[in-house]
Design a protein. Structure first.
Length: 162
C-alpha cells in the first residue's frame, strides 16, 4: 500500500474504514490477505460444488450445482474480503453490487483471455489457463480495491480535499 493508503484512515464522507483486523495484522499486506481469502474461497467453491453435486443427484444438470455453489460462495467471499481484507464500513448493498460486478467482469476477462491465448495465439491450454487466472486475480484485486470497496477521501470544512 502506498502513502495515504493506510488501512485505518477514513476514506468516505460519513463512512469509516476500520482498523486492521487479525488477518491484516498477521500478514501485514493487503495483497497477501486478498490472496489468502481468494484461495480459501476457491477451495470453498470446489467443496460446495462437490456437496451440491451429491445433494442434487443425477436428476439435475451439474451446472445447477455450480450456480448454487457460486451463489453461496460469492456472499462468503464478499463478507471475508470486506471484513478481513479491505476493512470498510457502510454502503453494504452498493459494495455488494460492485463486488458482484467486478467478479463477473473477472469471469468474462478470464474467458476472453483464455480463448485468445489458446485459439488465436496457440498457447497450450493448461499453462495458458494458469497464467490467465493469475492475471485476472491481480486485476480483481485492483477492481475490488478501486471499485467494490472504494472510499472517497474526506472533504474538509472549507471544501478542499485532504
Amino acid at each position: 500500500m502506498g502513502e495515504g493508503d493506510s488501512i485505518g484512515s477514513s476514506d468516505d464522507v460519513g463512512v469509516e474504514q476500520a482498523k486492521p483486523g487479525p488477518l491484516l495484522r498477521l500478514v501485514q499486506r493487503q495483497e497477501v490477505a486478498f490472496a489468502a481469502v481468494g484461495g480459501f474461497n476457491t477451495a470453498l467453491g470446489i467443496g460446495l460444488t462437490v456437496v451440491w453435486l451429491a445433494v442434487l443427484g443425477d436428476n439435475v444438470p451439474p451446472s445447477v450445482a455450480v450456480a448454487a455453489s457460486y451463489a453461496v460462495s460469492i456472499v462468503i467471499a464478499f463478507v471475508l474480503h470486506r471484513t478481513l481484507v479491505f476493512r470498510v464500513r457502510g454502503h453494504l448493498l452498493r459494495d455488494f453490487l460492485r463486488f458482484v460486478a467486478v467478479n463477473s467482469g473477472g469471469l468474462l476477462l478470464n474467458m476472453v483471455l483464455l480463448e485468445l491465448a489458446v485459439s488465436v495465439w496457440h498457447f497450450p491450454d493448461k499453462p495458458a489457463a494458469v497464467v490467465v487466472m493469475a492475471l485476472v486475480a491481480v486485476a480483481s484485486y485492483f477492481g475490488h480495491r478501486h471499485i467494490s470497496f472504494r472510499r472517497r477521501p474526506p472533504v474538509e470544512a472549507d471544501g478542499a480535499v485532504g
